[in-house]
Design a protein around this ligand. Sequence first.
Ligand code: NAP
Ligand code: GDD
Length: 334
Amino acid sequence: MKTAFITGISGQDGSYLAEHLLDLDYRVVAMMRRSATQSVSRFAHIADRIEIVHGDLLDQASLMRLLTDCQPDEIYNLAAQSFVHASFDEPIHTGEVTGLGVMRMLEAVRLCAPKARFYQASSSEMFGKVHEVPQSENTPFHPRSPYGVAKVYGHWATLNYRESYDMYACSGILFNHESPRRGLEFVTRKISDHVAAIVCGEKDGLALGNLDAQRDWGFAGDYIKAMHLMLQQDEPDDYVVATNETHTVREFCEIAFGHVGLDYNDFVSIDPKYYRPAEVELLLGDATKAKEKLGWEPEVNFRGLVEMMVDYDLKRRIDQGATCQRGSLPEALA
Ligand code: NAP
Ligand code: GDD
């Protein structure tokens, strides 16, 4: 039985990856940081099948202690301050966790578990003000946020440790991936949750920022499979993971509101507070390498993703007794 060590278990990807690895018969050891409100909601359904340990990307000693104890075969470093907007408000903290945190993990691996295979959660946000369309593993980086800058640091640190110490270290350059477990602050989940609240009469509108931003959005449940595949290859390498389609925030709104028989124009307003000091206008990934070398393919398309998220946010309200006050319920929930 292989052992996997995951950081970021309380986040969106951590829970999907842990499920996938359990299905593959892994022993899963997962790190959480200490907080007053321990957030277990995303992995509560598998909590009795994984081993939760406590540590923090800010605390080098905790990482070394955990890896010494666990001696994993595979390490998935998913923990980060991952919200781009917040990185403008907390740039130093973001740099410490999302950038230097990777170096702390790499040092812990080098010193305490050097045979383990290491996955770093790199990001399409590193392409920022894109130098070419679509973006591949060879596209230069031009980050547009403290988060993007920190991810570039973590990305190059991973390559540097691979080249310097012959470590099996991979970077997955993942484009935006979403799900019903996405944080409510990210635009997709903010939209799906508001659509459901509007249908149930809890809210009357939705304030957003830049509706023209374009993203290559996929389903998190598909993307975590690519992480695992990267660590099963003969040689470590870096891969773009994307759907090869791009859509605007506006299109996301159109489909989400349309799914419940509403017109987004009647509900969406613009609030400049959601604009960013520098914006990433367009992301479109070229995942040819992941398809050819890993045999990876996304299964959920854009419309399927939007509808899955709206259905989830509606169903949890209906299950708690809410009723349809506006628009119409999708067929699956009617
Ligand atoms: P997420 O939902 O925001 O989860 C982030 C996780 O990091 C949470 O479990 C959080 O714990 C943990 N964390 C934050 N600071 C920490 C610290 N100092 N020490 C230990 N753990 C800490 O992110 P996600 O969407 O699952 O993304 C997973 C990774 O992929 C992140 O590195 C993200 O930057 C990267 N990524 C995501 C996407 C995407 O579209 N989702 C795309 C490309 C790359 P708490 O619950 O305690 O806050
Ligand atoms: N969050 C948010 N809230 N974004 C909005 C809003 C709003 O009200 N209105 C418009 N947007 C636009 C943002 O300006 C951005 O262009 C786009 O919607 C997507 O924003 P987010 O959902 O916050 O995601 P992101 O693309 O900035 O970052 C996500 O994807 C990265 C990969 O490219 C995060 O998951 C990062 O951690 C990840 O690395």
